[in-house]
Design a binder for this molecule. Structure first.
Ligand code: PLP
Length: 379
């Protein structure tokens, strides 16, 4: 199998999460809404996980609404906080499509949408944000850390600015939660999205944290689970695995920053390569490499053949060859934005893997530049 350096896309399930989930996938299979012993045992597991997650994320258990993942949590925050009648909302120019697409949909429905710009490092400009956000805006959205560049945003400062104007701030913490000790209470955010599969938990489960859950209307209607805010039989194994994974991640030593520095020192010596957002505060595992005059999608395929899984930083949506709105927002040209690969180091990555990746990158770039690698199967 290939060396996996795409932890920003998803992470493997950790042993702690798998072991915690196993009983709920087998004997403790009950429906948590049922009053009998099977149901109560599932409910107990669910509520224990809720309390553990609330402690780890610094919120009240009653402020956590379990969802099918980060995308649903982001959608619920945007649609739930904006509601009706029509109004105005602000989103940073670098939001993940899970926030950006619902914001654009609201614009299509008649809302006014304003984008908060970022500087050349990809960080939201707080002075401009302060000018942009107005009293009466329905909401503002700024992610804690960006999924493409890994840049960490000054969310507490931005929440204070929004708060002074009485505007609720939604924070997408989906990328940040595997690396930063998220403290919902400390940020001043109104809502926050988290997702288990980015932090060594299972796929298809996440949560929306809401300071005042009554403010976020449901997206999904039905049996009234999660206090009526998210109907549907709860994914008990997933939720239990989510809590176990976050707990385990917080306990583990972090090799990522050291390995990133090791890789970046090598990139610094490489010809025709540079690091995007190098001077910003970034998540410890993210390295975004601009490989001049090469198409990232070709490089990703070549590296895959060489045994290394990384991502093209260019793709702003699944299967899209369009340059990323994130990279354009921080001033990269469309050509440069198409020449960026994202390497995301994980907690189990080793120095040998990083060194092997660097050797493969140099070799693949060289072979692509000299035309020695066939790239005919690249769309
Ligand atoms: N927000 C960010 C910043 C992400 O990186 C992702 C996933 O890539 C999402 C939201 C969506 O989360 P999920 O995959 O759990 O739907």
């Amino acid at each position: 199998m290939s060396v996996y350096l795409d932890h920003a896309a998803t992470t493997p399930l950790c042993d702690e999460a798998r072991e915690a989930m196993e009983p709920y996938l087998s004997q403790r299979f009950g429906n948590a809404s049922e009053p009998h012993a099977r149901g109560r045992e599932a409910r107990l597991g669910l509520e224990q996980a809720r309390r553990r997650l609330a402690e780890l994320l610094d919120c009240e258990p009653g402020q956590l609404v379990f969802t099918s993942g980060g995308t649903e949590a982001d959608n619920q925050a945007v649609f739930g906080l904006c509601g009706r009648p029509l109004g105005r909302l602000v989103a940073s120019a670098i939001e993940h499509s899970a926030v950006r697409a619902p914001a654009l949909e609201l614009e299509r429905q008649g809302f006014e949408l304003a984008f908060a710009t970022v500087d050349a490092q990809g960080v939201v400009d707080s002075a401009r944000f302060a000018d942009l956000v107005r009293e009466g805006d329905r909401m503002a959205a700024v992610m804690w850390a960006n999924n493409v560049t890994g840049t960490v945003q000054p969310v507490a400062e931005l929440a204070a600015i929004a708060g002074e104007r009485g505007v609720p701030l939604h924070v997408d913490a989906v990328q940040a939660a595997a690396s930063i000790a998220i403290d919902f209470g400390g940020t001043g955010a109104e809502t926050m999205a988290v997702s288990a599969h980015k932090l060594y938990g299972p796929k298809g489960v996440g949560a929306l944290i809401a300071r005042d859950p009554a403010r976020v209307r449901p997206l999904i209607w039905g049996g009234g689970q999660e206090g009526g805010l998210r109907s549907g039989t709860e994914n008990v194994p997933g939720i239990v695995g989510f809590a176990a994974a976050l707990e385990a991640v917080r306990r583990r030593g972090d090799v990522r920053r050291r390995l990133r520095d090791r890789l970046e020192a090598m990139i610094g010596r490489g010809a025709g390569m540079s690091i995007v957002s190098r001077d910003a505060e970034r998540l410890p595992g993210h390295v975004l490499i601009l490989v001049e005059h090469l198409r990232a999608d070709m490089l990703v395929l070549a590296l895959d053949r060489a045994g290394f899984a990384v991502a093209a930083g260019s793709a702003c949506a699944a299967g899209s060859a369009a340059p990323s709105h994130v990279l354009l927002a921080q001033g990269l040209t469309p050509d440069d934005a198409r020449s960026v690969i994202r390497v995301s180091i994980g907690l189990d990555t080793t120095a040998e893997e990083v060194d092997g990746f660097w050797a493969a990158l140099v070799a693949c770039a060289e072979r692509l530049r000299t035309g020695a690698l066939p790239v005919t199967d690249v769309a």
